[in-house]
Ligand binder design. Structure first.
Ligand SMILES: [Mn+2]
Length: 300
């Protein structure tokens, strides 16, 4: 059996809640679509646990990408930053919940620290798997075949694959495969079950918001960890202290994960989040989802 989870975001409790429910067997395989760490404090432990599993495959997420960038080991051939630029990369990681991961990483013995970075460097940005005659492509955010090399915003292919939220919705949906992705919490795609796996036409969004507070905090978005089995599309969710409610939560948190296009305008770690004329990312996505949730005014 093939199980897929994504965006654990350092939440060991939610991760173990899923493992307890699916009873992974040696002949099963677990796929993790990136963003193992940041926001919650146990990313390094979860990464170690996943690495110790012989039947687990991991993709690079934008949070692993940010970690490598901030720690001076940019993913593959990405541009290496130094001086002031390096400080900006660290600040960017911290703004996206990286401080807890940085602290945990710093507590590791030196050789272990390097080993973690070597491992993250080795992660792919996409995987293809055939299950019961069906073709599945797994990515953290966007599939590599949609990358346009002349793009000025997306500086290289890995960067695009771990960050882009739009490309999947700007082309006709795939007919010959199912694309599984994480990165954008599914509450942004749907009204009825905002904490559930989202199913589009041959698209499966599986980030159910494990990065959000645990237990929920008033005024913040709620989340949980989702898991899907590819043989029969059965789903599981981490057990939560409070029942999820279908009402949309205040949108303040949605601004936290800033897109790369806004990064260049940030001047220092203490600078206020950049104000841009462009649309908010999930307003853009919702325009491509006819019949689903209408764009909301984030102020409401
Ligand atoms: Mn992500």
């Amino acid at each position: 059996m093939h199980y897929v989870i994504s965006d654990i975001h350092g939440n060991l409790r939610r991760f173990h809640s899923i493992l307890e429910q699916i009873h992974l067997q040696p002949e099963d395989h677990l796929y993790v679509l990136g963003d193992i760490s940041d926001r919650h404090p146990h990313g390094m432990e979860i990464l170690q646990e996943l690495r110790d599993m012989p039947n687990c495959s991991i993709l690079l997420g934008n949070h692993e990408y940010m970690m490598l960038d901030a720690l001076g080991r940019p993913y593959q051939n990405a541009e290496k930053w130094d001086g002031r630029e390096k400080a900006k990369r660290m600040a960017h990681w911290y703004r996206n919940g990286g401080a807890v991961t940085h602290q945990a990483w710093q507590k590791l013995p030196k050789e272990k620290r390097e080993d973690v970075l070597d491992f993250l460097q080795s992660l792919p940005v996409s995987m293809d798997v055939e299950v019961s005659g069906h073709h599945f492509e797994m990515v953290h955010a966007a599939p590599p075949e949609l990358y346009q090399p002349d793009s000025v915003v997306w500086k290289d292919l890995p960067y695009f694959c771990v960050w882009n939220r739009d490309a999947l919705f700007q082309v006709p949906p795939p007919e010959d495969k199912v694309i599984l992705f994480g990165h954008t919490p599914t509450r942004h795609f749907q009204d009825a079950d905002p904490l559930c796996i989202w199913e589009g036409h041959n698209l499966l969004g599986i980030d159910c918001g494990s990065g959000y507070p645990d237990p929920p905090v008033p005024g913040h978005m709620k989340g949980r960890l989702g898991c899907i089995r590819l043989e029969d599309m059965q789903t599981w969710y981490s057990q939560e202290a409070l029942e999820p409610t279908p009402e949309p939560e205040p949108e303040a948190e949605a601004e936290k994960e800033m897109e790369t296009a806004t990064m260049a305008t940030v001047e220092s770690p203490t600078a206020a989040p950049p104000v841009q004329e462009k649309e908010h990312w999930f307003t853009r996505i919702l325009k491509h989802l006819p019949g689903r949730k209408k764009p909301e005014d984030p102020k409401n």
